[in-house]
Design a protein around this ligand. Structure first.
Ligand code: FO1
Length: 322
């Protein structure tokens, strides 16, 4: 079983690549839910939906989120009724949020609603939310604290970020199956997602980081950065807000208590060669996925790299500062 931790549109591309080369039942995806929001009274889980649409061939390629070819008639009608429309929900996308909200209003958990939706779309891999509890990524800015979507979509990640917190994480518990999947995995892959707001919330759920420290599976990550810049989105600003250098060193500092290997862009591997700063080995690869064949090739490289390493004895690794 390959277990992937992911969030955001970049991570979803690697998941699609892995899904093209692995038998569906061999893939478990643990997904960030810190981006979730209630929109028009509906529970929207953007990262779960990006993975679900990606695995069922429905994802809009040009947007990287939502349903391919979707219409936005409901959004237009909502706007004419004075409802906010800055978060664009398409008409087919709405069905997912209606079904999820119906199930959760009837007492089902987010995990159960996700299983119902992924089954219904014919997905054979397991798609697990990181938790069934409410964990909200909150972004501190000079204008005050924003939800992730207010920061990322409404304000187009323009505001300066002074901090990020995951409201509710302390009380949250891993969703059913998450810990066992990590403990029994043949390999754990951290997708090329924002380490602060896509992977960070997952590691903030009590028990998940501990499982990564305990598992005998090799743990590899794909860098979301090429050079010292993010492939897309606000990763740089968010890393700086955590006092992290926007560089491979910054990525490694997020995961170096459990990580066995970091896949980096070939250009970065040359620059980093022999840099004793890195207590995690690097593996050079092409990590920018512009086509399906590049997604597959990176997925293949990731699995080869994972199976080629023997996991380090993590008990001797420097403990992650809390
Ligand atoms: N991202 C945007 O930049 N603009 C949007 O209007 C938008 C709507 C949206 C609707 C459903 C959904 O599943 C995702 C959506 N996203 C949108 C992406 C969303 O902001 C995700 O949180 C990001 O992909 C990062 O995780």
């Amino acid at each position: 079983m390959i277990v992937v931790l992911t969030g955001g549109t970049g991570g979803a591309k690697l998941v699609q690549g892995l899904a093209l080369i692995l038998p569906p039942a061999e893939l478990t995806i643990v997904v960030n839910t810190g981006d979730d929001l209630v929109w028009w009274g509906l529970h929207v889980s953007p990262d779960l939906d990006t993975i679900t649409y990606g695995l069922s061939g429905r994802l809009s390629i040009e947007r990287g989120w939502g349903v391919d070819g979707d219409s936005f008639h409901c959004r237009e009608a909502m706007g004419s009724l004075g409802s906010p429309v800055w978060f664009q929900l398409g008409d087919r996308d709405l069905a997912t949020h209606l079904v999820r909200t119906q199930l959760m209003t009837a007492g089902r958990t987010l995990s159960q609603a996700t299983e119902h939706i992924t089954r219904g779309l014919g997905i054979g891999s397991r798609v697990l939310p990181m938790t069934d509890s409410t964990v909200e990524t909150r972004v501190m800015t000079p204008q005050g604290e924003l939800s992730f979507q207010e920061y990322f979509v409404r304000d187009r990640f323009r505001p300066e970020v002074s901090g990020v917190r995951f409201a509710g994480a302390e009380q949250a518990r891993p969703a059913p199956g998450v810990i066992e999947a990590i403990e029994c995995a043949a390999a754990v892959v951290l997708a090329p997602s924002n380490p602060v707001t896509s992977i960070g919330p997952i590691l903030a759920v009590p028990g998940i980081r501990e499982a990564l420290l305990r598992t005998r599976a090799p743990a590899v990550a794909v860098s979301p950065l090429v050079g010292n810049a993010a492939v897309s989105g606000p990763t740089g600003n968010l890393m700086r807000s955590q006092g992290l250098p926007v560089s491979l060193e910054g990525i490694i500092r997020c995961y170096d208590d459990f990580l066995d290997l970091l896949l980096v862009d070939s250009r970065d591997a040359l620059n980093a060669a022999g840099n004793e700063l890195f207590n995690v080995p690097l593996h050079a690869s092409n990590i920018v996925m512009k086509s399906e064949s590049e997604k597959v090739e990176l997925a293949r490289q990731t699995l080869l790299a994972a199976h080629a390493i023997t996991p380090r004895d993590r008990t001797t690794l420097k403990r992650h500062e809390a």
